[in-house]
Design a protein around this ligand. Sequence first.
Ligand code: SF4
Length: 386
Amino acid sequence: MISARTSTESASKDRSAFRRCFYPDVSAREWNDWRWQLRNRIRDLEGLERIFPLTDDERAAVLRRQGALPVGFTPYYASLISRDDPADPIRKTMIPVQAEFVRSSGEMDDPLGEDPRSPVPGLVHTYPDKVLFLVTDFCATYCRYCTRSRLVGAGEYLPDRALWEQALAYIREHREVRDVLLSGGDPLILSDERLEWLLARLHEIPHVEFLRIGTKIPAVMPQRITAGLVKMLKKYHPLFFSIHFTHPAELTPETARACARLADAGIPLGSQTVLLAGVNDHPAVMKALMLGLLKMRVKPYYLHQCDAVAGSAHFRTPISTGKDIIRSLHGFTTGYAVPTYMLDAPGGGGKVPLSPDYIEGREGDTVLVRNHEGSKYRYVDGGENV
Ligand code: SF4
């Protein structure tokens, strides 16, 4: 069963009506101010129950939740969630349930083994030429399946520059680093001034060839993508964005405007989507998301197998589900809409592509392949092994 809404339905959602109903004293101007959105995030039982009739399971989970990965999401994102349907796909990613407290076999607090690969606080040296710079633990919304649930939201710190200087010094000393991915937390939580301070210092390091920002903000708080922000960002090319999208319901006119602003500033946009049970694990939902992203000039980049972070079993699908989704896309729609399906190998093994296999075997110098429709073809290949 498809428990997910389509992008068309989400686009018809009336954010103004939501605002007038639940925030009657808030003007459209305030609502469209990202700082208002951030200050007024829904963060506790009272805030949730003011809008959502919670299930017993949700209420118990909210009361039990402590420490990192707090509950938190913007009023804007709340307006995309069904009030009456606990199976609403975005709701599942934002409002905890008690399954979150169950640690299943193979699950870890640090599933990607990032902590041992952190030479200085806030920096993970992931590949020989790439570092991950965790610039804050602060997010606009806290996703219940977050790989960094051990860290995010713990103190909602905006690090002082002395801490960032340690990471910058490491990058300056390591001339093999060509790619710096700013993540966290969400780097776009930083003010324009703080973010520019960081980008300017990274940009002046000669061996850093390009910068990336990993963010969920265009989907959950698109008001943050202001004209002033993009004017600043475009000074630091080549700068890429990896945007975390989950479901076609996120593809609102507000998010389209945010992506258009970024794309118009010459920033290449790629999407990252985590495959989540009961949220987006259906071919029709994933196709709507990927095609909708393309229309917003966001290239579907990665579909991630959900990491085995503690308490995530209720979100994880078998790998066969992801392969079936990729099969449902490949050959049936434009190749631009097909992301690469990827598993982050537990413990720091890096990314492993999980492509469906279309090669059936080999006969001498001939390779047998099966296409997306199931038809077999023979290809004379020069190599000995495939
Ligand atoms: S926005 Fe990213 S870092 Fe923040 S909670 Fe969600 S997945 Fe984790």
